[in-house]
Write a protein that binds this ligand. Sequence first.
Ligand code: CAA
Ligand code: FAD
Length: 379
Amino acid sequence: MNFNLSEEQLMIQQAARDFAQNELLPGVIERDRDQKFPAEQVKKMGEMGLLGMMVDPKYGGAGMDSVSYVLAMEEIAKIDASAAVVMSVNNSLVCAGLEKFASEEQKVKYLTPLASGEVIGAFALSEPEAGSDATSQKTTAEDKGDYYLLNGIKNWITNGGTASYYIVIAQTDPEKKHKGINAFIVERNWEGFEVGTKEDKLGIRGSDTHSLIFNNVKVPKENRIGEDGFGFNFAMAVLNGGRIGIASQALGIASGAYELALKYAKTRKAFKTEIINHQAIAFKLADMATQITAARMLCFKAACEKDEGKDISESGAMAKLYASQVAMDTTIEAVQIHGGYGYVKEYHVERLMRDAKITQIYEGTSEIQKIVISRSISK
Ligand code: CAA
Ligand code: FAD
């Protein structure tokens, strides 16, 4: 692992930083208040190549490495964690899954518009009764010969109301348990498919999280991803990479809160001196800086291993487990350092604190990451 960033990686980091400052910062408080999806900004992110960062340019992607992805995600999430989750889902759940496992026809038809940011995608695994216990799929995909009949409900789906294409996981043969699960590409305008209620959330309020309802949706056989029964392994493989995206989102939330807290501590005076001169405050900042650096290293390690084609189940889970804890701890302390000002919206840290919590829940809760890590180390 090389700790020196290349010129190209530094350029991507700077471009994402400038974009976040100039395009995401204005209006971020209002979008959080009004639960407004950052549609214009996401469109621009697509034009910059941020929505298909690691995809081969022949399928509309930017052809970058995974460390560049971590760097860009951190910069976007520092300012707007909602835009960051749109980016993470499109890059690492939807595009990465299609690039690695879809057929050539599927790549041309679906991956190209998704990677170029012309449209965005969603990944639908979770159900009302199948969250952590993801093999308990109740959504069914009945094999009807040249098509599957899809029935059921998915919930908590990020980009649910704005996506054009959805990767949907469903049970075809319950007797085969997880080996009877398939993954499909579903188009938004197909008959029988309906986007359900939008969730009113604690954080990442600019992202749109919906339930999805499938009522006798006919899915052509050519829209199944991979061999019959590959759907669960597909979902797990995709989530390993997805966890690097969420770890980087958590890292960005933490470093955004830290930068605000450091700046504030250097200017706010109490007892005739800047509060950074009180050791209690300085030590909080020292802990934040140390933990953020450690989280960043875990993200880089997982990203490097991904690009080397290694098994990243353990490193991806470690990065997400640790970075999400750092996001929670750092944002709580950033509010504390701001005192009363931290408790109101205009100082940003209260939003970052609310945004941080989700990183310990989605793409596998912290408890699930510990299951993944402990199974891996006990092998
Ligand atoms: N990588 C690769 N394969 C894995 C894997 C991993 N990390 N974890 C499990 N598998 C494979 C196993 O090898 C096994 O395959 P084989 O039978 O072919 O060997 C298969 O999956 C079943 O594994 P288990 O018997 O271990 O299954 P389990 O029922 O004990 O559960 C689990 C495993 C790790 C808990 C899994 O269910 C899980 O990851 N749950 C969390 C689900 C999740 O992360 N959901 C996220 C939804 S998307 C999202 O949230 C997006 C967003 O917010 C933005
Ligand atoms: P449960 O699985 O019911 O867990 C409840 C509690 O029990 C948790 O603390 C959990 O860690 C614990 N627990 C469960 N099993 C175990 C165990 N074996 N050992 C120890 N503890 C355990 N899903 C998608 O498919 N696509 C998306 O785009 C998506 N986006 C989301 C966006 C948001 C805002 C939210 C809130 C969720 C999203 N999800 C998405 C769903 C998310 O992945 C699930 O919420 C998550 O996996 C947890 O599932 P659950 O909510 O059913 O909780």
